[in-house]
Design a protein around this ligand. Sequence first.
Ligand code: SAH
Length: 382
Amino acid sequence: MIPWCRVVFPPARGRPGSDLAKSVEKKPVPLDPLDFERSELEREVTALGAKAFHGRQVFRWLWRNGTSDFETMTNLGRDLRARLAAHFSLEAPRVESRQTSVDGTAKFLLRLADGRHVESVYIPDTPAQTFCVSTQVGCAMACAFCLTGKMGLVRHLTAGEIAAQVRTLALETGLIGSPFNVVLMGMGEPLHNYDATMKAVRILADDQGLGVHPQRVTLSTVGLVPAIERLATEPIMPNLAISLHATTEEQRARIVPITRKYSLADLIDACRRFPVAKRRRITFEYVLLDGVNDTPADARRLVALLNPIRAKVNLLPLNEAPAIAFKRPPDERVNAFARILAERGLRVSVRRSRGRDIRAACGQLLVESEARSSGQALADRM
Ligand code: SAH
């Protein structure tokens, strides 16, 4: 496990216009137009000597039509198209491989501009069409039962890289223009990459683009309390899901190391204060680990803990892997746990894991592109 305090964060990639650029940007680098909100793109296009509305047109081509070539943006003049092509470098994640599960779930290995990889997953009919996307290459949180956590953090994704996973998957599945949900539950901790994640949510929400309403987006976090407090003040806010997984400080600290920095009590308190929209609830995810956090006493403590919160619980029986030192509880135990919550008035669902045969289920996303890392070695053993 990688203790939180000893993680060395790689330097953020600097690109003008990206939230990561502030401290590191030194020399001009190609600009990815997918990394721009519409208003920023309008400004950028204006600086090239064109009218602001051309920026809106470019945004629509990129996000609504899924165009990747300025030459085909036919309502722009030839001269402007040439200037755009010289100014920008469009770096949409490329599909390196696609695996489809017997249940229809499809896992995409996407190659980013710098050669790094992330995985994104299409989960059909749950009942909505859902895209599960990554926010980081790897993850620094080191939850004890999560394969991605074994990789450590390689780097943050930019807003463009996060939002463009949705664009790529929508194009690949033919769903561009249709309604779908987005869950920020792939690789990485979204609130550890706060600015880029929220910018991606705004890019996705733009009605001139994909128009994914924030209520169709769910952000899942391990519980970074100050970031949850900041999220509570956002004008455009996704649904919140909290990866809780335990009901006492000691138990949670053992499986979710960040608890040592942000206690369970503080996390629950932040959730209690979180402004939940009408008819909405905070989702609490709870990975069931055989003999660790799955007793009737755990279930009763969970009910008490969530009592002050408009909550629903999503139980995730562990997706096992050889590198993970826990077992999935038998179904009877999962059902007994769920029954205790339901009988006491908590809304509860048990997540039917999709795509386990292609290692696309929760916590099973694991890639490393460059030199063989310990993460890659783990993946190969599966
Ligand atoms: N970092 C974020 C989002 C990514 S993980 C978070 O922690 O919420 C998405 C969900 O999958 C989390 O609830 C996570 O705890 C869960 N998960 C991780 N590994 C798992 C596994 N092996 N089996 C089942 N769920 C797992």
